[in-house]
Ligand binder design. Structure first.
Ligand SMILES: [Cu+2]
Length: 218
């Protein structure tokens, strides 16, 4: 699953930098504490120096460089994920609404809807090993289309379309959620993602022409 790898790579870069900065800040605090105690024991007062421009400037430069590096890395990875690198085998128009999801398979007479109540969640069936393009929008307020297994989430804005392409490298069933608080039943906005072999997916598409109200486990 390429996006999981990209996410892991970004995290592998960011966590050591964040840990180093954290460690340096803690170390500076401990040194300041030790110096202050030593001065008190010696009977000398604390430093009256108002400025330490060289130290502050060095600190500023290091932090600015680290921030620029992190922003560049993060935006580069993000840009690669959101631009369509390959022609998708299937495009799914994802519409979030209060309080459920609708999935329309572009160019096919298949729409999956649900109730997101009493266990009746929409089931998004997709093929493995084929690029899938998600085009995400909302028909009312802002929602968050979250594929937690992929470690991927993207905002669903009204009157706007966000898109990304993904290739699932194995089959399986996972739960997706809404990641943006969107009102009373936000917590119920789950859906099921079911990735199946391409041949089974073709059969599923044929069998589900027309509007479908899918339920978990169907
Ligand atoms: Cu929500």
């Amino acid at each position: 699953m390429p996006y999981r790898h990209d996410f892991a790579r970004a995290l592998g870069i960011e966590v050591p930098i964040a840990a180093t900065v954290f460690g340096l800040v803690v170390l500076a605090m401990l040194i300041a504490l030790a110096v202050s105690r030593a001065r008190r024991r010696r009977g000398t007062g604390s430093s009256q120096k108002a400025e330490a421009n060289r130290v502050e400037l060095s600190y500023l430069v290091v932090l600015a460089l680290a921030a620029a590096f992190l922003a560049t890395t993060s935006l580069t990875i993000n840009n690669r994920e959101t631009s369509a690198q390959t022609d998708p085998a299937i495009t799914v128009l994802v519409t979030g609404y209060q309080w459920c999801w609708r999935f329309h398979y572009a160019g096919r007479p298949v729409t999956v809807d649900g109730q997101c109540q009493q266990g009746k969640f929409p089931v998004l069936v997709l093929p493995a090993h084929r690029p899938v393009r998600f085009v995400v929008t909302s028909s009312d307020v802002i929602h968050g289309f979250w594929l937690s297994y992929l470690r991927w989430k993207i905002y669903a804005y009204p009157d706007h379309r966000n898109a990304f392409t993904v290739t699932f490298d194995h089959t399986g069933t996972w739960t997706g959620r809404c990641s943006e608080f969107c009102g009373l039943y936000h917590l119920k906005m789950d859906y099921q993602l079911r990735v199946v072999p391409p041949s089974r997916f073709a059969g599923w598409l044929r069998a589900h022409s027309g509007r479908v109200r899918a339920e978990a486990g169907s």
